[in-house]
Design a protein around this ligand. Structure first.
Ligand SMILES: [Fe+2]
Ligand SMILES: [Fe+2]
Length: 165
């Protein structure tokens, strides 16, 4: 049986993951409108990954005989200034998610919920990857500066990204 505090915190995290999916879909739309199909594709893949994250927690709550309560999704930003602006916001978002996962882990330790700690260990490692890949693209966009040719090369590279399992 799932403790109430943990259940509430996990339900919040389900919402955070689905919001992230919504955010990345919005970002994907920006790239599509700006003819950067590779960037658009990579954000669409990330959207799928965030849904899988949300489902992982949803299934965990159900399996622990808890109640998965779904809240309203916030509105994601719909205006972006540049590819760098999008990726800086994506990085900032991932850093905020990492902080939330860490807080959740702290709660699971305090409440001595061992299965929840095991679940969250997967998320802790996943966040290291998510931050690293967002940071890499931010840094590459900074190197690229105003070079359209280099931007198109990066776009082509991002077009080959596949869903991570
Ligand atoms: Fe996630
Ligand atoms: Fe993420």
């Amino acid at each position: 049986m799932l403790n109430k505090k943990i259940q509430t915190a996990l339900n919040d995290q389900i919402n955070n993951e689905f919001y992230a999916a919504y955010l990345y879909l919005s970002m994907s739309g920006y790239f599509k409108q700006n003819n950067l199909a590779g960037f658009a594709h990579s954000k669409r893949i990330q959207r799928e990954e965030e849904i899988a994250h949300g489902m992982k927690i949803f299934d965990f709550v159900c399996d622990r005989d808890g109640r998965a309560e779904l809240g309203a999704l916030g509105q994601p930003p719909n205006r972006f200034e540049s590819p760098l602006d999008v990726m800086e916001q994506a990085l900032e978002h991932e850093r905020a998610v990492t902080a939330k996962i860490n807080d959740l882990y702290e709660l699971a330790v305090k409440e001595k919920d061992y299965p929840c700690q095991a679940l969250l260990q997967w998320f802790i490692i996943e966040q290291v990857e998510e931050e690293a890949s967002a940071l890499q693209i931010v840094e590459q966009l900074r190197m690229i500066g105003d070079s359209r040719a280099a931007l198109l090369m990066l776009d082509r590279e991002l077009g080959s990204r596949t869903v991570a399992e």
